[in-house]
Design a protein around this ligand. Structure first.
Ligand SMILES: Cc1ncc(COP(=O)(O)O)c(C=O)c1O
Length: 436
């Protein structure tokens, strides 16, 4: 089959720097942006993208970057995948909006059916609510859990990130600054230690014994692999232990797969790594390749217990976002999950060698599939490596305090992974050579 001509014809091999980084147009744009946009946006470094294709991004000065950040783990099928673009165009030409809250949208129900078919929900029978973002479906899950159980309290984990809206930020516990000056937050939220089987004892020994009875806890919400908190993979027994704990006390288990889901870990969902079936599964980010869509897939009996009007949204499950999701799922299910696993193995092999070359600086390389974290000895060194990679044309993004994450599109090729590992290695070597 003839290949469509590349919009970034000069994009091989990436990266390709034609101007200093950031270049003059990028610097001018940053100054303009700083006049008009909210300073609350935590920009990592001054990339000003104008065009993307696959894993290649062109900035406003014509520099080409290899994108291993993917818009914070969102562009799962690469930038502007032709099949996704075609689906968006076709749907936009037919119907852009017709609120699914008040009327019936065929494509909305099709996405719900599709997600119910692939999400491993306890009991097997699932229905789905669609929103616009991750935080929105986190909010929906708090409401559903309280409504379905008649209980008020929700437990999240230290290090968790669930979003910025009031309920979601109350669950979030990855950085104190996310809470600063915003109180009072949502009441009835507790934070548990994350990640080991030993940590699970905290529930019986501390929470249920000293703070609140288990019979008053509606749900435990967990990232099966913590994202913003540092790309932390829990001990193997942790997720199954949590499922067992929830079953023992009639507590709902909510898996926040907003970052870890849709094939990123080399399994369709990170919970599949441990064969755990949550009562509610949340997805967003990678589900629609960059169009705003969030989904709460839940046990049908839970959703069937709240009546008409209990929850809804004007735009949630917008037909254009749904069309992007259908095209994304087609691509994900045609080999991208396997590619994520294989390319993830390639990455881990390279990063373990890198860690062995710089044992003082690189403290850990961990992850599953294409959800990869490289931990450094200090926050300053993680930041310096991220910056050095940017200067060389590789986009990565920090998470946690001392970790740099790699979360490329699931379409990443072997040669692109090799290039990224080479540039990342050079960036680490540069920081090591500075010796500060
Ligand atoms: C695990 C997790 N949950 C929730 C969110 C919030 O999603 P959104 O930014 O779409 O509101 C994020 C975003 O980074 C996330 O990583």
């Amino acid at each position: 089959m003839a290949q469509a001509p590349s919009r970034l014809a000069h994009a091989r091999p990436v990266p390709h720097i034609v101007s200093e980084i950031p270049g003059p147009k990028a610097r001018a744009h940053v100054a303009y942006d700083e006049t008009w946009t909210s300073p609350s946006l935590p920009r990592a470094y001054p990339i000003v993208p104008v065009r993307g294709e696959g894993l290649t991004v062109e900035d406003i000065d014509g520099n080409l970057f290899l994108d291993f950040a993917a818009g914070i783990a969102v562009t799962s099928t690469g930038h502007s995948h032709p099949q996704v673009v075609a689906a968006i165009k076709e749907q936009a030409a037919e119907l852009i909006h017709f609120s699914a809250s008040d009327f019936y949208l065929p494509i909305y129900a099709q996405v719900c059916e599709r997600l119910a078919g692939v999400a491993p929900i306890k009991g097997g029978r699932a229905r789905t609510y669609l929103g616009n973002s991750g935080a929105e479906v986190v909010e929906a899950s708090i409401k559903l859990a309280r409504h379905a159980t008649g209980r008020q309290n929700v437990v999240a984990f230290l290090g968790a990130f669930h979003g910025r809206t009031y309920g979601a930020v109350s669950l979030t516990a990855s950085k104190a600054k996310y809470h600063a000056h915003f109180g009072p937050l949502l009441p009835g939220i507790y934070h548990a230690p994350y990640g080991t089987v030993e940590d699970l004892k905290w529930f019986d020994e501390v929470l249920f014994d000293k703070l609140v009875p288990a019979s008053e806890v509606a749900a435990i919400i967990v990232e099966p692999i913590q994202g913003e908190g540092g790309y932390l993979v829990p001990e193997d027994g942790f997720m199954p232990g949590l499922r067992e704990l929830c079953d023992r006390h009639g507590i709902l288990l909510i898996a926040d797969e907003i970052q870890s889901g849709v094939g990123r870990t080399g399994e369709m969902w990170a919970v599949d790594l441990w064969d755990v079936k949550p009562d509610i599964l949340l997805t967003a980010k990678g589900i629609a390749s960059g169009m705003p869509l969030g989904a709460m897939v839940a046990r049908a009996d839970l959703l069937e217990a709240w009546g008409a009007g209990a929850h809804g949204s004007t735009y949630g499950g917008n037909p254009v976002a749904c069309a992007a999701a259908m095209a994304t799922l087609d691509l994900i299910e045609s080999g991208l999950v396997d590619n994520a696993r294989v390319r993830g193995e390639q990455a881990m092999a390279g990063l373990r060698e890198l860690a062995a070359r710089h044992p003082g600086l690189v403290r850990d390389a961990r992850g599953r599939g294409l959800m990869i974290g490289v931990e450094f000895d200090t926050a300053a060194h993680a930041e310096a490596v991220q910056r050095a990679a940017f200067q060389r044309g590789l986009l990565v993004l920090e998470c946690g305090k001392t970790t740099v994450r790699m979360s490329p599109a699931l379409t990443v090729r072997k040669d692109e992974m090799a290039t990224a590992l080479r540039i990342f290695g050079e960036s680490v070597a540069e920081v090591a050579a500075r010796g500060d």
